[in-house]
Design a protein around this ligand. Sequence first.
Ligand code: SF4
Length: 324
Amino acid sequence: MNHQLSHTNSCGHHTSSGERLALYENCRLCPRSCSVNRYERVGFCGCGTVPKAARAALHHWEEPCLSGIHGSGTVFFSGCTLRCCFCQNYQISSEGYGKEISISRLSEIFLELQEQGAHNINLVTATQFLPSIIQALEKADPFLHIPVVYNCGGYESLETVQALEPYVDVWLPDLKYFSSSVSGKYSKAPDYFSAASEAIQQMIRQTGPLLFEDFSENGQTCRLLKRGTILRHMVLPGQKKDSICLLNWISQTLPKGQFLLSLLSQYTPFYKSFEYPEINRRITTYEYEKVLDHAIRLGLTDGFMQEKSSAKEEYTPPFELQGI
Ligand code: SF4
């Protein structure tokens, strides 16, 4: 899929590559708004100005309309603007494991994934490198004919979502928390819901109605999402009320038929979960079913619901710089 090669800023002017890289000088790429000069020091995400990634490979554990038959072409970036205490990818998100790559190499990686048969390019936790990622997408654009998926924690600024409009075909945000005390405790982001709820509404406005395409090969068929928004929510131990508040908000606010909901039961304690005894366990069948029943009662059935048995560590791929 070809994307526009340039975009305009809020004043209607074209944004040049240089202007874009200058965004690192007073970094406000995410709602943390650290305002640091990333050429000199790091902010909350712990990242400099050179993109760093830990894995680029076909991934089969995304929603079926993204993984399809061949897999989704995931690129896992290092660092994170949220750094949740239970993160399953903590080695790269909080501990910074990964390898620095140039913008040219990043655009080559996109094309290599396409060559391997990826149904899409899936940018996982990329916001901290937004200016460089946009440059790499522009470089790859003339040769890239598969959709670009933006896979993020939902904690995005409106400006960042708007800047990505010409480049992103499918938004794949989490919607993690409703309560600010819960998001403050587990992700140090008391403003999580206010930021994510605005960002997600903007994502849906940008992608509009869901667009699918059938794909078949050697007698196998699948339906691939070409454009749209998939909202992910992972139920946390002891937080079914928070999940229910989110479902109520989704049902009351988001336009029906213009997004898919993916309810995840795969929570597994990782990283610093042991510091919080109440989340140092998997969720119970009772907790997950309560949330699931509520979604069904609200008519939020357009999407994906995981089997409760899905809490397995194999959803976390090995981070060994494959494809980087
Ligand atoms: S991207 Fe990093 S440095 Fe920039 S505002 Fe967000 S957390 Fe701070």
